[in-house]
Ligand binder design. Sequence first.
Ligand SMILES: [Zn+2]
Length: 390
Amino acid sequence: MLAFVMQKHKNILLAFSFIINVFGFGISEAAPVRNGSLAQEGYFVYDRSLQKMIGSTPGLSIDHVSAQGFEVWGPRGLGQWLQRNKIRSAPLSPVNTKGAGDYPSPEEISQELKGIAQTAPQLTRLFSIGKSVKGRDLWVMKIASKVEQDDNRPEFKFIANMHGDEIVGRELMVLLIKDLVSNYGKDEFVTKLLDSTQIYIMPSMNPDGAAAGTRGNGNSVDLNRNFPDFSTNDNQDRPDGRAVETQAVMNWQATRKFALSANFHGGAEVVNYLWDTTGEKHPQLQWLQSLSLGYAKLAPYIFASTTFKNGITNGYDWYEVNGGMQDWSTYYRRDVQFTVELSNEKWPSYSKVDYYYKQNRSALLYLMSQTHNVAQFWAKNLRSSFQPAR
Ligand SMILES: [Zn+2]
C-alpha cells in the first residue's frame, strides 16, 4: 500500500514538474493550439506503468500503447523532461524515411491525382478543400458514375495520412482510386458500388507532415487531437482557432452528408471503433463491432493479430484519445467513422505497399459497400440512439 501511495505521489510530482517545465521552455512560442495537440517532440516510453500519469498530463498525448510501452507526444522540452526524470525512452520524430525507398512527394501525389482525373472525367472529380500551413492543396477525389451529379446516393469517405509520418494509408488511397477507375465496367462489384454510392477519398490530410516525416502539420499540430470533443471543455463544434487542415475537413464535411467513413493510421495493425474519448459504451456497440469485424476478416494480416483479438478494438479500451476525428465525425456530424491502423511500421519500405494493398483491398471495398446499410440504419435508429446519453 505504501509503495502504491509513493508511486502515485511520484506520478503527481512528475506531472507537476512537466507543467512547470513546459512553461519554462516557452510553450507560448508555438502557434495557439488546443490542449494536447502539439506534437513538436515524440518519444517511445518503455514503461507501461507511466501511461496514466503521462496521458493525463496537460499538453501531452499518448498513442499506440503496446506491451513494450507507448508513444508520448508534446511540446518542445518533452525529451529533456523525460531524461531528467530518468524515464527510459527513445525519440520517434521525424520518422526515419531514409532507406524506405522512393515514396512520392506530396507534389508527385498531386500530379498523379490530376492525371487520373484527366483520364477518367466521367468517374472522377478532383478538388481541393483548402491549403495546408505550407500552402499545399488538400486534395479530395470524388469517385462515382455520373460523377458530376450531386444526388441522393449515399456518401462515403476515406481520409488518410492525417499523421504525416504514417504513410501507408496515403499510398493505399491512390492505389484504390486507380483500382476503382480501371475496374468500373469490368468488375461487377466495383461497377455496382460506383453506380450506387458517392465515394470521396482524401489521400493526405497532412501533406506538410508527409513531406517532413513528422506527425504534426506544418505548425507541429497533431491533427488527430485537434477536433472538438464532447467529453472535454473543447466541446463546441466550431472550426475557428484550429489547424487549417482541421478547419478544411470540418468545413468540407459541413457541406456533405456522409453516412460512413474511415481514417487511416500506422504504428499498429487493428480496426478501432467508437468511442476513443470515453469508456461509455456506444449505444450501437454490437453493430460497430460487426462492421469492424467485417473489415478485419477481409484483411487477413489484421484478423490474424496476436495483439488484438480478431484484429479489432474499442478505442478507449486501448487508450484514450481526446480531440480525435473519429469521435467528432460520429458525434457531431452523424458520420460513423472507424480508425484503421494499417501497418506496425509507420514508414515501411516502399516495396511493401503492394502487400498492404492486396491485404486490404477486399476490406476497403466491403466498407464502402456498407454505406447503404449504414444509411438505412441511420434512417431507422440513429437519430435518437446514436449519441451517448448526456
Ligand atoms: Zn496516427
